[in-house]
Design a protein around this ligand. Structure first.
Ligand code: FEO
Ligand code: CA
Ligand code: CA
Ligand code: CA
Length: 667
């Protein structure tokens, strides 16, 4: 590791400098090791990953693009859940997406956009979803247990249930489930959550992009259907991001095409509703591989980023906060109908049935005076029931098309809500708003919208000269809420902005939080509190290319106003992981510090810890993702070879971080 010149104050590490090296950089006194990389086997006897693009069996190997992750403790002996178990546990993680160039021998094979190699498509589908993998300390170091009975993959083909108000709705009746009670698998799983009853929540984010819909399909649909499809980006003329539907007419490929050119009398080729079975929070019990995972539809359908629950209070509802990560989308809250009974803490999926199938889904409105409201999304809200833009048939329709209901309710469009995190000390919630290229200073129309109090930055890009392309809020910010009466189920809240991301050298009008070379960042994405109250911030796709023309700012204490146009041109180091203590309310050089920098082309994500706070797990997602297929023959041209180095293909992977003296991480 490397360290800066400053002496640790509140932290037990020196800040890590920005780096463009193809390496994971940690502070002095810390060590990292890779324990679970793409392709690693999950059952006894399965061969090690060859990492030459020829591997198969991804339904029993680690998927690609490791993302959100949670640790679930196990007893050292036996196979019992142990919420304090720090020697043995289950890592449960999402596999969001693919770096196809390194997944196949020569990258994707296609002809005029048609996928001509079904085996490649099958591999791509199976490399998505969720992993459950047992890890155990051996001689003081965590390693995976290849033969664990808990190990499993949930892929886009795994049978799951549809639970809650959408179960049985006509909207989710499919070729696979004629009664709309089940679905196939999960897709584009991004961030995660965990329930007070010990289950895992995986959040389906950019599922919409995978679907094809032929040109002319609009004309075959009702006007209502077309409104709903377009609101979710399911536009006709799309062939889907990987063109899976083009691989064949068999069900496994045909399901990815929502269009129709004549449906048979028995409906055996009616795939119009397939996309209505994605976009949910899926619950699974890592301790019980035989329990059917369930899509919890009461939490709504959108580009789910995470689902985070404050510690429940006996006799009070259980609450989950969630973001919809797309430009100009919303922040949501689910409040259960059932009130918390501590006896449910060990009831697994049965507790999920109790708390997650009935309740009220709300969407947030942020007022300029620092207050906020939770707007209910049901037909008992007159604005939803009387919406001119879309006539909702029933509550299932409200939940399947909840973005339209949120439009109707008058929610605040946000700068791409990524993760959120609940401060265990006071239940304040931190939401990362990663960036928004559609936030403009003037000339709002269509998807381009003006700044508001909660999303106050709308820079115009001067770098492109005469083209004057707007890049919007390029660096992002972190917003903080506190519920009225400190009651998570409250109907209103107060909010402020915890941090404006920016580069250290930027003018004060841009670098509103006065970040320094030791803690500057761009595009905050992952965010999580560890049990000791440390707040971790992870970044993805940082920009550091702001040009500030103007900024609108809420009347919040401690914030500075716009200093006028400015130019900042600089290159961000790799995505970094930062740690902020809660000893100071807003970030300072003393209480926010860079802890880690990742290898080339990666996103840092998936943070979780052992209950004793002495082991931290993170994911390195898509190192080397900017490598071109045309350069595959020459490893010297690849963006990254992490983690193995040499001429090896890069791999997304889970990393274990420990302090060399065995102490707690960070402080
Ligand atoms: Fe998958 Fe919003 O990041
Ligand atoms: Ca993310
Ligand atoms: Ca992101
Ligand atoms: Ca990513």
């Amino acid at each position: 590791g490397s360290g800066g010149a400053t002496t640790p104050a509140r932290f037990n590490f020196n800040p890590v400098a920005k780096s463009l090296a193809d390496a994971l950089v940690l502070p002095a006194g810390y060590s990292a090791s890779v324990i679970y990389a793409v392709g690693d086997p999950l059952k006894a006897g399965l061969a090690a990953y060859r990492n030459d693009g020829s591997d198969v069996d991804f339904d029993w190997r680690a998927g690609d693009h490791h993302d959100g992750m949670e640790y679930f403790g196990l007893t050292v002996g036996g196979n019992a859940r142990d919420d304090n178990g720090s020697e043995r546990g289950l890592l449960v993680m999402n596999h969001e997406n693919l770096t196809t160039v390194f997944l196949h021998p020569k990258g994707v094979t296609s002809s005029n956009g048609v996928r001509v190699n079904k085996a490649e498509v099958d591999r791509e589908v199976a490399a998505h979803g969720v992993s459950v993998v047992e890890i155990r300390k051996q001689a003081g170091r965590f390693q995976t247990e290849q033969a664990s009975p808990f190990n499993r993959r949930i892929t886009p083909l795994t049978p799951v249930g549809i639970a809650g108000p959408v179960r049985g709705s006509a909207l989710v009746k499919t070729v696979y489930s004629k009664d709309g009670t089940g679905a196939r698998g999960t897709l584009n799983n991004c961030a995660t959550g965990r329930t007070p009853w010990g289950t895992f929540l995986t959040c389906e984010e950019n599922w919409a992009g995978y679907f094809a819909r032929i040109k002319g399909d609009d004309a075959r649909r009702s006007a209502r259907e077309v409104v709903a499809l377009k609101r979710y980006g399911l536009n006709e003329g799309s062939s889907g991001s990987y063109a899976w539907a083009s691989a064949g007419t068999e069900d496994a490929y045909r399901r990815w095409d929502l269009g129709r050119s004549g449906i048979s009398a028995d409906g055996s080729d009616d795939y119009r509703n397939e996309a209505n079975t994605f976009g949910y929070v899926l619950e699974l019990d890592p301790y019980n591989p035989s329990a059917l995972p369930q899509k919890r539809t009461a939490l709504g359908r959108f580009a789910h980023e995470c689902a985070v629950c404050p510690k429940p209070v006996v006799g009070k509802p259980v609450v989950f906060y969630m973001g919809d990560d797309s430009r100009n989308e919303y922040i949501y809250k689910f409040v259960s109908k059932a009130v918390w009974d501590a006896a449910d803490a060990h009831r697994g999926m049965a507790a999920g049935d109790k708390y997650l199938n009935e309740g009220t889904l709300y969407v947030a409105r942020f007022n300029a005076d620092g207050s906020g409201e939770w707007l209910p999304l049901s037909l008992s809200n007159p604005k939803v029931a009387g919406y001119a833009g879309y006539l909702f048939a029933d509550q299932a329709d409200v939940l399947v098309n909840v973005r339209l209901a949120a439009d109707a309710a008058g929610a605040t469009k946000m700068d791409r809500p990524e993760w959120c995190a609940v401060n265990p000390k006071n239940n304040e919630v931190y939401f990362t708003l990663t960036n928004n290229s559609n936030r403009v200073l003037a000339g709002a129309s269509g998807s381009k919208i003006l700044p508001d109090a909660a999303n106050p930055r709308a820079y115009e890009d001067n770098f492109t000269g005469s083209s004057a392309t707007s890049k919007g809020n390029v660096n992002g910010h972190i917003l903080r809420t506190r519920e009225n009466g400190d009651d998570p189920a409250a109907g209103g809240f107060k909010w402020d902005i915890y941090l404006f991301a920016a580069e250290a050298g930027a003018p004060a009008s841009v670098n509103l939080s006065a970040l320094t070379a030791d803690n500057d960042m761009s595009s905050p994405d992952g965010i999580a509190f560890t049990r000791n109250g440390l707040l971790w911030i992870q970044t993805d796709d940082g920009a550091y290319t702001d040009v500030t023309n103007c900024m609108l700012l809420a009347a919040l204490p401690g914030q500075v106003g716009d200093g006028g146009p400015a130019t900042v041109a600089n290159k961000l180091g790799n995505d970094s992981l930062e740690v902020a203590t809660q000893k100071g309310k807003n970030p300072t050089a003393d209480n926010l510090r860079r802890f880690l920098v990742g290898p080339k082309g990666c996103e840092i994500t998936g943070i979780t810890e052992t209950p004793d706070g002495r082991t931290l797990f993170i994911n390195i997602q898509h190192p080397g993702e900017d490598t071109r297929a045309a350069d595959l023959a020459d490893p010297a041209k690849w963006q990254s070879h992490w983690p193995h180095g040499g001429n090896q293909r890069p791999r997304s992977a889970t990393v274990v971080i420990t302090k060399d003296d065995g102490g707690t991480i960070g402080i």
